[in-house]
Design a protein. Sequence first.
Length: 552
Amino acid sequence: MSEEKSLNFLEEIVEADLAAGKYSSIVTRFPPEPNGYLHIGHSKSICLNFGLAKKYGGKTNLRFDDTNPVTEDTEYVESIKDDIRWLGFNWAEELYASDYFDKLYEYAVTLIRKGLAYVDDSTSEEIATLKGTPTEPGKDSVYRSRSVEENLQLFSDMKAGKYKDGEKVLRAKIDMAHTNMLMRDPIIYRIKHAHHHRTGDKWCVYPMYDFAHGQSDSIENITHSICTLEFIPHRELYDWLIEKLEIFPSHQYEFARLNMTYTVMSKRKLLQLVNEGFVNGWDDPRMPTISGFRRKGYTAESIRTFCDKIGVAKRENFIDLSLLEFCLREHLNKIAKRVMAVLDPVKLVITNYEDGKTEMLNSENGPDESMGTRTIPFSKELWIEREDFMEVPAKKWFRLAPGAMVRLKSAYIIKCDAFIKDVNGNITELHCSYIPESKSSNDTSGISVKGTIHWVNIATALEAEVRMYDRLFKVENPASEEGDFKDFINPHSLEIIQKAYLEPSLATAAIEDRYQFIRKGYFCLDKDSTANQLVFNRTVTLKDTWSKEANK
RNA sequence: UGGGAUGUAGUGUAACGGUAGCACCACAGAUUCUGAUUCUGUUUGUCUGGGUUCGAAUCCUAGCAUCCCAACCA
């Protein structure tokens, strides 16, 4: 390759560190808190952390940041592991911040011994008030000058369960006038009489994020601890604790998180959508969760490609959903089997075709010849798509219309001779005549038509439920709109087609299979399918230049 | 109004003192038994003002804009 892809700023840092001999190999980590499902934004972080280690010959740990027992749950631990594996990554070790609770407690004692931490009896309101504001310095707590011995005793009593939640906290003693709010004696331990998903009831004091994350990094010898931009102010505290504790110096680097159009990315908002029933669970195909995308039919490869294309930098970004969809279609176009399905049926009768006759026609399974062909039944009565007929054709229309000719995919050219309407004016039946010499792959008719439409043989059609998913929100950035973001949910984000007709080959569809329903989009079998009820999800539509033309 | 981070086409992302490039989107055309795919082409950009330099997106300087920080969340 003459043109080398340029490095992102983290790759540059890693290469410089390696070149300078700072490390012989790198260690990264992916540190989710098990209090929700992973979303597409996390996949950026996953691809980055695992990708860096892979590229530079290092390793990546999966470490659950489980320091807040009240919001965490093993259900989330399992889903997170499933999602990472599905994305195609393997962690070196599965670890938990809670594995280090004993060590972390010792670190806190060390800090107290050095006179760098103290127990504060103030209420949370008092602590907040004394903290000052970004423009005014804070004031020392009256408990700030307690002796080392007293602090040791008090912290030990906290651990022993002598106090109630919120009665006391342990704070680092730094500087109440610091310009960085996080350095104004941050709380590093709090009391929570809560059951922890792994340590059970062993502890009633739990370390705060700042006193767990960096220390866990250090314990694991993480060389490059990569997090998102909002943690920039935390880096000063991260470094301070490592220095005072005299432990392995991990370094924190920050990149801009992924934001994407037509969705929300905060766990709090996603949790609301789930809890308040706006979607059917974390893996609802409308959710931007990894499990949601998976269920909708996205491939892991397309998500990895997307993460590669969006790049890594430090400026806020807002990625077009269309880029993700582009990556998806690019992959699906290569692998999806082409089949025919009619979603909004209207009956078509070929008046000059022999009654009771059925032909088996060959049709290609995909653009690549290696995908082979299959046979599909064809006879006198077919379903076609209602929108493929126009009584009064629009400009540039080249599908069916009175007197117009069109090809039935892999079959014959037909001409529309008549149509029947019901009392409400809805078309109920189309009458066409076919041209016997125009059979696909053996066309001697000499007729060429502009349009080709798909169809399904009525007698052998399979019935299925098809879930047509669209974007969850009707505005690009629901989080930035005035009012509740839920007011901007797209009312048509899910439209269920109770009875669609499919060609018989779909009877053997499996969950992992990807299909293109010709001219309609990419679809996959949903896990709700049963032996007598097929359920398909629309993964994504095909690009549709006709609808643009029609709207002109 | 304290501190920190960031400003390159509509959206992302390169260019590391020497021709502002790539992708998505949009638009136009060709091909097509999927109005898909594929192929061709087009529009649009260095936050602003000064300065240094033969030459500045890049260096200096003064502004401006956006985001983050005052949970016993992470």
